[in-house]
Write a protein that binds this ligand. Structure first.
Ligand SMILES: Nc1ncnc2c1ncn2[C@@H]1O[C@H](COP(=O)(O)OP(=O)(O)OP(=O)(O)O)[C@@H](O)[C@H]1O
Ligand SMILES: O=C(O)C1=C[C@@H](O)[C@@H](O)[C@H](O)C1
Ligand SMILES: [Mg+2]
Length: 172
């Protein structure tokens, strides 16, 4: 049987990777994974707690390991953590083992979408979320672009409509 392909969603916090990823997996009859959720499952702690106990550095090690394992699977949709592309090894694995879709959205939209929940420790600081997200974007957008097979904006349509658009672009 032909190898089943993987789809990896990358992009910043609030781009909609987790939400759109679930729709996409359902539409394509693939399994859905989310690296943040997988870290929570393996540690039995939430993301904020991992950041508190181990710092961002410890979190990144866990993230790299989880993505190494998940990218070794076949036939999955994976929503990656927003900062996972900081690791060169992770970027190489994502590029080599699946189709990478960059979900792009303006900062203002990211701010609005991440305002209500407190699960993103990098945004729980004195600095305004808008500034943090701008700083992260300057460093990370080139990395998302570097590995993307294609890019889709997620601020103009519903999550389901974006998933549909991805299915069309994938052509399978
Ligand atoms: N296309 C969309 N249209 C409207 N709302 C959306 C869309 N995509 C996502 N949202 C909403 O935005 C919020 C953030 O989305 P989501 O958690 O999927 O982002 P994420 O990219 O996984 O972020 P993170 O990197 O922090 O995990 C959710 O409440 C979701 O319902
Ligand atoms: O952009 C980031 O660095 C992060 C995004 C989230 O998906 C989580 O992985 C965590 O909150 C860190
Ligand atoms: Mg997510």
């Amino acid at each position: 049987m032909a190898e089943k392909r993987n789809i990896f969603l990358v992009g910043p916090m609030g781009a909609g990777k987790s939400t759109i990823g679930r729709h996409l997996a359902e539409m394509l009859h693939l399994e859905f994974y989310d690296s943040d959720q997988e870290i929570e499952r393996r540690t039995g702690a939430d993301i904020a707690w991992v950041f508190d106990l181990e710092g961002e550095e410890g979190f990144r090690v866990r993230e790299e390991n989880v993505i190494e394992d998940l990218t070794g699977m076949q036939g999955i949709v994976l929503a990656t953590g927003g900062g996972s592309v900081l690791s060169r090894e992770t970027r190489n694995r994502l590029s080599a083992r699946g189709i990478v879709v960059y979900l792009e959205t303006p900062i203002e939209k990211q701010v609005a979408r991440t305002q209500r929940d407190k699960r993103r420790p990098l945004l729980q600081t004195e600095e305004a979320p808008q500034h943090v997200l701008e700083r992260l974007a300057a460093e990370r957008n080139p990395l998302y672009e570097e590995i993307a097979d294609f890019t889709i904006r997620t601020d103009e349509q519903s999550a389901r409509a974006v998933a549909n658009q991805i299915v069309e672009q994938l052509g399978f």
